[in-house]
Design a protein around this ligand. Structure first.
Ligand SMILES: [Fe+2]
Ligand SMILES: [Fe+2]
Length: 141
């Protein structure tokens, strides 16, 4: 049950679009890993995805700072909430074992969050950056 990245989710900044595609790939691997139920593998996949999520959020936040994006705090707040929820889920997994993780639930939660976040908040950022680049206020990617 792969979560598809589609061109409709492209925000127009190649670095960020590439990272979004990679996020979907890593979520898919995690969901498959949960399906197999091997705890050390799941632990590794959770960590593998978490590192990528953090570096991706960091990349977007750098774009926001460079462009003096007015919605920086709100957008960063959404990222922080996701990281908190993800960490909470990881802790539950570490305390209670793979039984607490359901691949379907995880897939639904992340797919919904990611698609909504990309199509609203990241898209809004993409439009802002495109305007700034077009008006010569910001160097292009
Ligand atoms: Fe993003
Ligand atoms: Fe974002």
């Amino acid at each position: 049950m792969a979560i598809p990245w589609t061109p409709a989710l492209a925000i127009g900044v190649p670095e960020i679009d590439h990272q979004h595609q990679e996020l979907f790939v890593r979520i898919e691997r995690l969901v498959q890993g949960i399906g197999k139920g091997n705890a050390p593998d799941i632990e590794h996949l959770l960590e593998f995805l978490s590192q990528y999520v953090e570096s991706h959020f960091g990349a977007e936040e750098r774009w926001m700072l460079r462009s003096a994006y007015p919605e920086y705090s709100r957008h960063k707040g959404e990222h922080e909430r996701f990281i908190r929820d993800y960490d909470q889920m990881t802790r539950e997994f570490q305390e209670k074992g793979p039984g607490v993780l359901s691949g379907i639930r995880m897939n639904n939660w992340m797919a919904t969050w990611l698609v909504q976040h990309i199509s609203r908040s990241d898209m809004e950022l993409g439009r802002f950056l495109a305007d700034k680049i077009a008006s010569g206020d910001l160097d292009g990617p």
